[in-house]
Design a binder for this molecule. Structure first.
Ligand SMILES: Cc1cc2nc3c(=O)[nH]c(=O)nc-3n(C[C@H](O)[C@H](O)[C@H](O)COP(=O)(O)OP(=O)(O)OC[C@H]3O[C@@H](n4cnc5c(N)ncnc54)[C@H](O)[C@@H]3O)c2cc1C
Length: 378
């Protein structure tokens, strides 16, 4: 018997949709409320590392297969210089099994759509353009007032409503505010290069590093992290010029891709914010997961990964533990240290990028150590 039988998930992003799937698979009734009137967020590509594939595989094998089929799998990572010369060609470990790729890239709207289809296939209900207005805790239930006027009771409310979580504001009013990392992340969707690529890549220039990752059989995205906080964000019509300038030291593959970056609609300018809530991420019958509890910079490409892992572990502890209190305690034992590692080590890598005295070997050491720790079972 699962520790709860009726759950409200607030937020239809990666964390909320996968949590709905893992809970439904254990027979728990799940409603999702999503503030937007659609589940197709804007945005460019996402890259999923081995631990993320493994978590998705545990959540739903069919969903992972669809993501790989509609995205682009990869088994290798190339490191190169600003001219595009390959300095190292790494075969990546296959964390999710020998018959699956080591990682994959996919366009964000497509990924969210596939996760939503999966949650619905397992019987979760998704109510769009709806959110929570009030949350009142009782000993045996939690009462919510929704913006559509409904007043309902659940045994657990999961706040999976992202960085600016309303659930966090309602239930954790003393939580710290997210803060800017000092850098700006640029992403641009480009056609897959004519020669085709089946690897993810990172090229080191004199001012910044940039990578190109495939996300489908016809598209890739280029990313770079600029050591400047573009806040407020510059007007979107300036984005092609600004990203092209940031990448002007590169020739080779990135140089080719730079010439494709002419449409501001295909470019994303994002100054990431950092947040790590202290343990525990629950109060009474309300739990925060995903970016609502921990938001990271992209240096380890694991933000969605740890959000999805939260969702997988939530399903497991709700099944394995006899009471909700024990389930939430066990959840924190399994989740806090991994999330802390991703948030703090990503932040450290970003800080080092802004300090030219830190040698590249230090970046490589911390990245390798982090990836080795994240390869451990969750
Ligand atoms: C530019 C960029 C690139 C990234 N690249 C990667 C990558 O390559 N790999 C990776 O692993 N991670 C990446 N990340 C991080 C990743 O996107 C996040 O960590 C992940 O989306 C977190 O999932 P989530 O479900 O917790 O939150 P979100 O994805 O933010 O989802 C929250 C959901 O809740 C909804 N919501 C918000 N407020 C409310 C409310 N009050 N009521 C109801 N619903 C609400 C939102 O509309 C949204 O649907 C990237 C992030 C950014 C910004």
């Amino acid at each position: 018997m699962p520790a709860v039988s009726r759950v409200l998930v607030v937020g239809g992003g990666a964390a909320g949709l996968v949590a709905a799937t893992t809970l439904r698979k254990r027979g728990v009734e799940v409603d999702i409320v999503e503030i937007n009137d659609h589940l197709r967020p804007l945005g460019s590509g996402l890259t999923m590392m081995g631990p993320t594939l493994r978590a998705l595989h545990t959540a739903d094998e069919e969903a992972l297969a669809a993501c790989i089929a509609q995205g682009a799998g990869h088994d290798r990572m190339i490191f190169g210089d600003a001219e595009g010369n390959v300095l190292e060609d790494l075969t990546l470990p296959k964390a999710a099994g020998a018959d699956l790729p080591a990682g994959f890239g996919i366009m964000r709207p497509l990924f969210w759509g596939l996760l939503a289809e999966t949650a619905e296939r397992h019987g979760a209900s998704i109510e769009l353009a709806t959110t929570v207005e009030e949350i009142t805790q009782h000993d045996d239930s939690v009462e919510v007032l929704l913006t559509n006027g409904d007043r309902r009771r659940y045994e657990l409310v999961v706040g999976a409503d992202g960085l600016h979580s309303k659930v966090r504001a309602l239930v954790f009013p003393d939580a710290p505010e997210p803060y800017y990392s000092g850098q700006t992340v640029w992403r641009a969707v480009v056609p897959l290069p004519p020669e085709g690529i089946d690897y993810v890549s990172m090229y080191y220039g004199p001012r910044l590093k940039a990578g190109l990752n495939p996300v489908s059989d016809s598209q890739a995205y280029v990313f770079c992290v600029e050591n400047a906080l573009r806040r407020p964000r510059p007007p979107q019509e300036q984005w092609p010029e600004l990203i092209q300038e940031a990448l002007s030291d590169f020739s080779g593959l990135i140089g080719w891709a730079r010439q494709q970056m002419t449409d501001p609609e295909l470019i994303d300018c994002h100054p990431p914010q950092i947040l790590l809530l202290d343990d525990p991420w629950y109060r009474g019958r309300v739990l925060l997961i995903g970016d609502a509890a921990h938001s990271t910079t992209p240096h380890l490409a694991m933000g969605a990964g740890i959000a999805i892992e939260d969702a997988v572990v939530l399903g497991e502890v709700i099944e394995s533990e006899p009471t909700l209190e024990q389930a939430l305690k066990r959840f924190m034992e399994r989740r806090y240290e991994r999330a802390r590692l991703v948030v703090r080590n990503s932040e450290q890598l970003g800080d080092w990028e802004q300090d030219p005295t830190v040698p590249a070997s230090e970046h490589a050491r911390l990245t390798d150590e982090s990836m080795a720790a994240l390869a451990q079972p969750i």
